[in-house]
Design a protein around this ligand. Sequence first.
Ligand SMILES: [Zn+2]
Length: 202
Amino acid sequence: MQEKPPHKFFRWVWFLDRIQFWHKDDLVHRRYADAARSLAVPKDHSIWKKVRTEEADYKGAHSDIVEFFKAFQKACHKRNIPLRAFEFVRTAERQQELYEKGFTKAQAGFGAHQYGMACDCIVGHLGWSLSKKQWACLIAIGKEVARRRNIKIDSGYDWDFWDPAHWELEGWKEMIAPKQPDKPYKKNKFYDIKTGKLHEIE
Ligand SMILES: [Zn+2]
């Protein structure tokens, strides 16, 4: 028996169905509600063993992005959507490699992943192969989670360079910038890459 998503979520999905335009997605899911349902898999499916997040996955990431991901994952798992993190922190070499392949707009030194300020979230059994409507439903859950927790976050779904799996902390560039005496400074908490412990950076 699948768990029923909270009523409010479906009200939002039904709203999208009323305002939608004719789209090629209609061949896959006629309505957003169908797309949302298609993301769910039964709890005894083998994919659930593969979507667990280990501490090693988010070592070096900012505590806010980790908190967001954990809450996002919990909210999805509650709805039987096997969300998982593909990648948090990236090395400069890997960022440059992805840039050269055209997977990212950011060159080494310019991407949020390199500073542990971003996370790519995908759905276990589908990976990146979600329809536009499926992404829209997933992103709606993520944004609601961020709003409730008051975590300021940007979704790559809203960008011209469409990257719907990507989430990054709003204003991360200011967070990594050197301390400026005229600006109030927010302490940054990071998971240490070596020890995995949370520590603050001034
Ligand atoms: Zn990303």
